[in-house]
Design a protein around this ligand. Structure first.
Ligand SMILES: Nc1ncnc2c1ncn2[C@@H]1O[C@H](COP(=O)(O)OP(=O)(O)OP(=O)(O)O)[C@@H](O)[C@H]1O
Length: 291
């Protein structure tokens, strides 16, 4: 709920501020294909307090257009913090994040975010939840309706537009969260363990659905997970973070052709390579990975 309030408050402010000067360009591209140059330069994050928590250290990353990146790491290594920095929901203590050479200093309409708990308003229907960003941005009802319907269909929820979140399963609520993030045509989709709270078979189905959406929508996707098999199945590249303070330990390029089969030996090999890297570090430095 904390995420929901912060997210919606900041998003609505940003949308309102930019509405007038960007509306023309933005409406042209709504529903269309937009991609971005997205990079992270020397980013560190320290949470100040009685005992400051150094969470991320010297992160350098560059994301390619339409790339599917998974950020993998042990519990508490700073994955969610990194995603919140990328989303502009928090500021780095040092370093910079750029999208299309514009520094990310707050929520940005080029970035769509999906959290672990879907963060839907319980008093709004699924249609109203998905359309909330466009509503705040002042889009005309007809344009909003067209886009919301398009994305509800894409995530398989067109029959549930008038339902309320409590009338949907956890997996369906996550789909609604994905539709809400996509409806404003972001260039980058940021996902923080979006399937962490659903059962195993729903999770596998959602992974396949997400890949199908990604193929159709051509977005850069940055997906946080602590599940090695999920990362390897989804990603073009897997960024492995160390235990806190999170540093980039290794980046694995997953070259297994798509569509992938879960029991493909090449995928299993890729998983083993990542496990080896994790265990090597664990035994050398006594790190604990909850994977
Ligand atoms: N707002 C905050 N204030 C102070 N410390 C924080 C804050 N948010 C996170 N932390 C600390 O930063 C560290 C990283 O937290 P974060 O949630 O980013 O990790 P994570 O890798 O996503 O963990 P998990 O996989 O368990 O969700 C933790 O030690 C956490 O206690």
């Amino acid at each position: 709920m904390f995420h929901t309030i912060i997210f919606n408050h900041r998003i609505s402010r940003v949308f309102r501020e930019r509405r007038n000067d960007q509306k023309k360009v933005y409406s042209k591209e709504i529903g269309g294909i937009r991609t971005a140059q997205f990079k992270v330069q020397q980013v560190s994050k320290v949470y100040e307090g009685i005992s400051p928590v150094v969470t991320l250290k010297n992160i350098n990353l560059q994301f390619e257009d339409c790339e599917f990146i998974c950020i993998l790491g042990p519990s508490g290594c700073g994955k969610s913090t990194l995603l919140e920095l990328l989303a502009g929901l928090q500021k780095p203590t040092s370093g910079h994040i750029f999208i299309d050479s514009e520094e990310v200093i707050g929520p940005n309409e080029k970035l769509g975010v999906v959290f672990q708990d879907a963060s839907l308003y319980p008093w709004r229907t699924i249609f109203q939840n998905v359309g909330i960003g466009l509503e705040f941005a002042g889009y005309k009802r007809a344009a909003t309706k067209l886009n919301v319907e398009k994305y509800l269909k894409l995530v398989g929820l067109d029959q549930f537009a008038e339902n309320y979140p409590h009338q949907l399963s956890g997996g369906m609520r996550q789909r609604a969260g994905i539709a809400r993030a996509l409806v404003s045509s972001p260039e980058v989709l940021l996902m923080d363990e979006p399937f962490g709270a659903v059962d195993h078979s729903t999770r596998l189905k959602l992974q396949d659905d997400l890949l199908e959406i990604w193929e159709k929508e051509k977005k850069t996707v940055i997906f946080v997970t602590h599940d090695v098999s999920e990362a390897v199945y989804l990603a073009d590249r897997v960024v492995l973070l160390s235990a806190r303070p999170g540093e980039v330990l290794e980046i694995f390029k997953i070259t297994v052709p798509r569509p992938r089969r879960r029991n493909d030996l090449l995928l299993l090999n890729a998983q083993n390579k990542i496990y080896s890297a994790i265990y090597q570090v664990s035994s050398e430095e006594n790190l604990e990975y909850n994977i």
